[in-house]
Design a protein around this ligand. Structure first.
Ligand SMILES: Nc1ncnc2c1ncn2[C@@H]1O[C@H](COP(=O)(O)OP(=O)(O)OP(=O)(O)O)[C@@H](O)[C@H]1O
Length: 235
């Protein structure tokens, strides 16, 4: 569904993506991993058109995305840091995003899932980090788009909410969606991912299943397999 060819992105002298190639499967959960600063968010933002690469091509469902902003209507995106005005109430924010997107939304189902009903009349600035993240998850998932991009969805969530999120992501996958996800919580990634894509030095260093990653690194444990890549490459 997402096909990236020879993607280059520099910020001034800093080379972040250096000829990156990536083709995701038609559906399934792809985890984009890599050390801090390896370019995961830059890659995600390039797919969304929020970062403009110097070179390369991105296609979604066979269509080039460059200068065709309309494709974004079919992507649900959870940013790593979502900054909404703190004086907005949760319900006001949900209504505002629904108005902006102008699409049918399943917000109530997600409010119930993440037990957000008691927070709807609270201001965003008064919410805990985890509650804010749950609101962001509602905003992201409520439009039922075929491509979902989640930048650190696990951030700030307690174990019960993590389980709810995992089940939600798995249900979306069963509908045939493509889900790109970054997370630093390795057991979450291991449980949920169909493929692991590992970014290093601006390119995809590894692209395969969790089992293939364990085999290629000679490690039985997923976290150790990831650590193995990093230490082998002195990243
Ligand atoms: N707008 C920008 N201007 C300048 N440098 C940037 C910009 N955005 C990102 N960078 C730099 O590009 C590099 C890659 O950043 P990016 O956020 O893509 O990494 P990441 O893999 O998502 O990191 P993390 O795991 O810490 O979230 C970093 O060195 C970052 O400082």
């Amino acid at each position: 569904m997402v096909n990236i060819t020879n993607l280059h992105k520099k910020f001034g002298p800093l080379v972040v993506l250096n000829g990156l190639n990536l083709k995701t499967p038609e559906s399934g959960i792809v985890a984009v991993l890599g050390p801090n600063g390896s370019g995961k968010t830059t890659l995600i933002k390039s797919i969304l058109g929020m970062v403009v690469p110097q070179k390369g091509e991105i296609q979604i469902n066979g269509e080039r995305v460059k200068k065709h902003w309309n494709y974004r209507k079919n992507i649900d995106y959870l940013p790593q840091i979502a900054n909404f005005p703190g004086n907005l109430k949760v319900q006001e924010l949900i209504d505002m995003i629904k108005d902006l997107r102008g699409k049918e939304a399943r917000d109530q189902e997600l409010i119930d899932l993440f037990k957000l009903e008691p927070f709807l009349e609270k201001k965003l600035s008064n919410l805990s980090g985890g509650s804010k993240q749950k609101v962001n998850l509602v905003l992201c998932f409520m439009f039922d788009s075929p491509l979902i991009i989640l930048d650190e969805p696990t951030s700030g969530l307690d174990p019960v909410s993590l389980i709810r999120l995992r089940k939600l992501i798995q249900r979306e996958k069963e509908k045939g969606k493509t889900i790109l996800i970054t997370s630093h919580i390795m057991n979450f990634v291991e449980e949920i991912s169909d493929r692991i894509v590992f970014l290093l030095e601006g390119q995809i260093y590894f692209n395969g299943t969790v089992e293939e990653l364990k085999t290629s690194t000679g490690e039985k444990d997923f976290e150790h397999a990831i650590a193995n890549i990093l230490t082998e490459n002195h990243a």
